[in-house]
Design a protein around this ligand. Structure first.
Ligand SMILES: Nc1ncnc2c1ncn2[C@@H]1O[C@H](COP(=O)(O)OP(=O)(O)OP(=O)(O)O)[C@@H](O)[C@H]1O
Ligand SMILES: [Mg+2]
Length: 336
């Protein structure tokens, strides 16, 4: 059952040289208890997509020009701010890419956690708030959690701050967790611990997660489904096995080929995708990957439609590469 439905979301930014369509008709669904990965190179629009879901982009320079974000029947893009605030944090929590921006430097960790518990669980007594704070800090791998309650953010290491932020997001027991590269700055053992915690919560409480990363290894380990973004558009969506075994978009294939393998001869050069993600000023209607694509032809000057390849697998490409060669050419999204 779909918990969150993003339908044709488009976001524009007003820049010095004009208006750029940074997110273009992005559609996806998130089901209860599901972990959806969003992957793509830097600048593809992963964070802007995530921030849009809760209307967190700086307005008026950002403008939600089209589409809907449906959560329990309400469109979060048009919901009055008061009601949206009830959903932010409590029902849908976000872990941001930059931990320091989310922590208040002048309050102790204990006070910041207590504020969350008091806001969302007003029935809790003081000693219960402390017990819950210690428990959630321990669960994200913070040792001497009780001691940490009386410390300020600057007294913690970068990794500890990141984990406190994850604890704060999980404290209000959200239905949806949006995690924007939450473990990129952490060492691999802590990263594994955090990923394990997310999986545990997903199983225990049917938490639904949108996990943003450019690490396909993490995607393979954690996610049920994956959405590949390129230059503000969704280019391919599939369950994780299909994406790795039968990638259809040349960009997805490029990302997978760039992964180092243990069987590679040591010190050989990694495969890279030539070229760069287009700048905002260069975005236009046709396929945005065509300048980097070996298969591009004149038809790629038109916007690719989204074709359904199988039940869970769709691709927006005029020349899909797949072992599943037959495409049904059913249009699942607006192809104009
Ligand atoms: N507030 C803003 N004003 C103008 N442009 C912005 C703003 N925020 C993001 N952008 C632009 O939108 C595009 C998408 O950025 P976004 O942060 O979503 O990328 P990303 O996929 O999250 O990349 P990364 O992997 O580096 O985090 C980029 O070109 C970025 O420069
Ligand atoms: Mg980002």
């Amino acid at each position: 059952m779909s918990l969150l439905t993003v339908d044709q979301l488009s976001v524009e930014f007003t820049l010095d040289h004009g208006v750029a369509s940074v997110i273009d008709q992005v559609s996806f669904e998130l089901n209860k208890g599901e972990i959806l990965g969003i992957v793509g190179e830097s600048g593809c629009g992963k964070s802007v997509t995530a921030m849009s879901l809760l209307r967190l982009l700086p307005e008026p320079s950002a403008h939600y020009s089209h589409g809907r974000v449906l959560f329990e029947g309400s469109d979060l893009l048009t919901l009055p701010l008061e009601q949206l605030r009830q959903i932010r944090g409590k029902r849908v929590a976000v872990i941001f890419q930059e931990p320091m921006t989310a922590l208040n430097p002048v309050h102790t960790i204990g006070r910041q956690l207590a504020e969350i518990y008091r806001l969302h669980f007003s029935e809790l007594k003081d000693h219960e708030v402390i017990a819950r704070s210690v428990d959630i800090l321990s669960r994200v791998g913070i040792s001497d959690a009780e001691q940490k309650l009386s410390e300020f953010p600057h007294q913690l290491s970068g990794g500890q701050r990141q984990r406190v932020m994850i604890a704060m997001a999980l404290a209000c027991e959200p239905d949806i967790l949006i995690a924007d590269e939450p473990t990129t700055a952490l060492d691999v053992t802590i990263q594994a611990q955090i990923l394990a915690l997310i999986v545990e919560l997903q199983r225990e409480r049917e938490l639904a997660v949108i996990f943003i990363t450019h690490d396909l290894g993490v995607i393979a380990q954690l996610c049920d489904r994956v959405m590949v973004m390129y230059a503000g558009r969704v280019v391919e969506t599939a369950d994780v096995y299909t994406l790795f075994d039968h990638p259809a978009h040349p960009y997805t294939l490029g990302l997978l080929n760039a992964l180092p393998r243990l069987t590679d001869t040591p010190k050989t050069l990694l495969n890279t995708i030539d070229g760069m993600v287009p700048a905002l000023s260069e975005l236009n209607e046709g396929c945005r990957f065509r300048n980097r694509c070996d298969h591009a032809s004149t038809i790629c000057d038109d916007k690719p439609r989204t074709d359904t390849l199988s039940q869970q697998h769709s691709v927006a490409c005029w020349h899909p590469r797949s072992a599943n060669t037959a495409t049904s050419h059913t249009q699942s999204e607006d192809a104009s």
